[in-house]
Design a binder for this molecule. Structure first.
Ligand SMILES: O=C(O)C1=C[C@@H](OP(=O)(O)O)[C@@H](O)[C@H](O)C1
Ligand SMILES: C=C(OP(=O)(O)O)C(=O)O
Length: 426
């Protein structure tokens, strides 16, 4: 796609579609709950469709009724054996979370994905699920396709997480619903806690005490009504756009502001960003609020430590913010970026430098010299939606015509991205 950069700004109210992480979880939990769940503001995107397709193939009725989705749950053991391989497409969340459910079933399944997903690490879920007694295998114990076979019973475990990952934590929690006894997870650092919150909302016996999460097996889940908050990760592209495009002033309504997701806001505020959250409400155990953002002069910062997991998906757009900040920003402890849809350290470094940014890739992060002025370029998203959106926002600051190869991948998480109006100063 083509982008005309220079003299662009954002003004007024912006509406962001439903949260991807919470949308996936709403389908998974409602499918294995008893009775009906009504889901409002569900994210209609490629990744969430993959999760819906997997559960439909296991006999769950998931239908649109006006503006809501209605899922007819069949209980923990009500899924039917699929008559084909389950395709998780590009979605790591789909593959890792449903593996937790599938190790507890009395039928076999095979999970595969697209070329990107089939090259992402899976030993992180295979190992703990095997310790629970699950029969799950990948190629070289690492890569999809994953083969899952039935076993007589799973047992609860104490698991100390080697990485801060919500997907790993969620896979174990979902499997522990099927296990005998209690499972305790010791978190390495905070990661998004939507699974814990939704399990609690559906009636599971789950507890959290500092960094320890415990769940008692055999909990019965009950169908509920869910409102999915706007996706903070999607909002982050427009938050940074408003901060770096002169004259911008926006409000993004009804965004999820769960503390385990909004780490980017703390970083941007530290950098001098003029951002306020207002009108915070609690919907089905998740906080939702309005985010006000004004153009700001940013300064550099140093980012490291275990808070990184609370903004791991926002680092590509944070790199764009740092490019326009005064001073040198360093990012460390972010090696997880290498295992996403693309190697986000390598790709952001190479593509931003094509526009004239000055970024050095590190093993676990980046060094970004701020204050660059960008020039238009031919860019490649490597079919990674977050890279495509981050490069698009960066290109708005480059006077002239830029191109992004593979921008259709934006449909993976944010199909209405191009509907958000970006104005031009005449
Ligand atoms: O649980 C989730 O919904 C997600 C967790 C994160 O992955 P990790 O758990 O691998 O860090 C994140 O990057 C991904 O986009 C969504
Ligand atoms: C990493 C992401 O998602 P997933 O792991 O579900 O593919 C993402 O959305 O940035």
């Amino acid at each position: 796609m083509e982008i005309i950069g220079g003299n662009r700004f954002l003004k007024g109210e912006i509406k962001i579609p439903g949260d991807k992480s919470i949308s996936h979880r709403s389908i998974i939990l409602s499918s294995i709950a008893e009775g009906e769940t009504e889901i409002y503001n569900f994210l209609d995107s490629e990744d969430t469709k993959a999760t819906i397709d997997c559960f439909r193939k296991m006999g769950i009725s998931i239908d649109k009724d006006g503006e809501k989705l209605v899922v007819k749950g069949k209980g923990l053991k009500g899924l039917a054996p699929p008559d084909c391989i389950l395709d998780c497409k590009n979605s790591g969340t789909t593959m890792r979370l449903i593996s937790g459910v599938l190790v507890g079933q009395n039928f076999s399944t095979i999970l595969t994905g697209d070329n990107s997903l089939n090259n992402r690490p899976m030993s992180r879920i295979i190992n703990p699920l095997k310790r629970m007694g699950g029969n799950i295998e990948g190629l070289d114990n690492e890569y999809p396709p994953l083969k899952i076979r039935p076993i007589s019973n799973l047992n609860g475990i104490y698991y100390k997480m080697p990485v801060a990952s919500a997907q790993v934590k969620s896979a174990i929690l979902l499997a522990s619903l099927y296990a005998e006894g209690e499972t305790i997870i010791e978190e390495k650092g905070p990661s998004r806690d939507h699974t814990e919150r939704m399990l609690n909302y559906f009636g599971a016996r789950i507890n959290k005490n500092n960094n320890l999460i415990s769940l008692k097996g055999g909990s019965r889940l009950e169908g509920r009504k869910i409102f999915i908050p706007g996706d903070f990760s999607s909002a982050s592209f427009f938050i940074v756009a408003a901060l770096i495009l002169e004259g911008s002033e926006i409000v993004i309504k009804d965004v999820g502001v769960n503390e385990t997701r909004v780490g980017l806001l703390h970083v941007l505020k530290e950098m001098g960003g003029n951002i306020e959250i207002d009108n915070v409400k609690n919907f089905n155990n998740e906080l939702v609020g309005d985010i006000y953002v004004k153009y700001s002069k940013l300064k550099s910062t140093n980012i490291y430590g275990n808070k990184i997991a609370t903004f791991i998906d926002e680092i590509p757009i944070l790199v764009v913010a740092a490019t326009f900040a005064e001073g040198t920003t360093t990012i460390n402890d972010a090696s997880e970026l290498k295992y996403k849809e693309s190697d986000r350290i390598k790709v952001m470094t190479e593509e931003m430098n094509k526009m004239g940014a000055s970024i050095k890739a590190l093993e676990d992060g980046m060094i970004i010299e701020g204050g660059s002025s960008l020039k238009p370029a031919k860019l490649n998203s490597y079919n990674d939606h977050r890279i495509a959106m981050a490069l698009f926002i960066a290109a708005l600051k480059a006077e002239g015509k830029s191109y992004i190869l593979g921008s259709e991948c934006i449909n993976i998480s944010f199909p209405t991205f191009f509907d958000i109006p970006i104005r031009k100063i005449d």
